[in-house]
Design a protein around this ligand. Structure first.
Ligand code: ATP
Length: 222
């Protein structure tokens, strides 16, 4: 029975080494029994990827093969409608009623937390753990400050004393990698080896590349 479960969602179009290192470092540093990697099917804040969710899930499975404690989780793919994180956490809370749940995210996502559907409920279901990403602040946004200021945990011990309700910042060696940059390199016909796990790259077809470069980069985050 898992005592501490990490939850890491994203478009993962494609899954890259920045995602992989965040999941691994979080599992080890926060002593999580498992980190569940959850590709979004219909992200509320961006267009659906041209790469089908099932294919993005397959990429995750390839990337985490033989990596202990990382799990590819298809629950958002199986659900209809927008892929709201709050719904995912409600499901996971029911599945792991006694576990510490930790929602993992980069600082760019953290900065936009107040735009997430029913964002104030997230901390009623889980903790948040945030890592720095190049180009975005690691402080709560003005909009979330009132709720988050008193809920910061200064160390992992403080976080693990409860099953939910606190947030924590942890540092991982920064990898300046984004899916946007990878899609741009692919569009320009450049190599993305070293940015994307080899197992994904070796399985990537011309159709996958064509789908990735169709993804809308009109408002890139990086
Ligand atoms: P895109 O460029 O398409 O927006 P992305 O690289 O930001 O993609 P997402 O799938 O949007 O990746 O992100 C999922 C989660 O992974 C977010 O919480 C994001 O902050 C985090 N993340 C992505 N890349 C990194 C990285 N290099 N280091 C740490 N966190 C990352």
């Amino acid at each position: 029975m898992a005592r501490a479960v990490g939850v890491f969602g994203g478009a993962f179009a494609p899954f890259h080494n920045g995602h992989l290192r965040l999941a691994i470092e979080a599992r080890e540093r926060l002593a999580l029994d498992q980190v569940r990697l959850i590709p979004t099917a219909h992200p509320p804040h961006r267009p659906d990827s041209h790469v089908l969710p099932a294919r993005r899930l397959e990429w995750i499975k390839l990337a985490i093969r033989r990596e202990r404690g990382l799990i590819a989780d298809d629950r958002e793919i199986r659900r209809d409608g927008p892929s709201y994180t709050v719904d995912t956490l409600v499901e996971l809370r029911a599945q792991f009623p006694q576990a510490v749940l930790v929602l993992l995210m980069g600082s760019d996502a953290f900065q936009h937390l107040h735009t997430w559907y029913r964002w104030t409920e997230l901390l009623e279901l889980a903790h948040l753990a945030v890592v720095s990403r190049p180009g975005s602040l690691l402080e709560p946004s003005v909009e979330t400050c009132a709720l988050l200021a008193a809920r910061r945990a200064d160390d992992i011990g403080a976080l693990m004393q409860s099953r939910k309700g606190r947030w924590f910042q942890f540092e991982v060696p920064m990898l300046d990698i984004s899916s946007t940059r990878i899609r741009r390199l692919l569009r320009a016909g450049h190599s993305v080896r070293g940015l994307v796990p080899d197992a994904i790259l070796d399985a990537m077809t011309a159709a996958d590349v064509a789908a990735l470069i169709q993804d809308d980069d009109a408002t890139p985050t990086h």
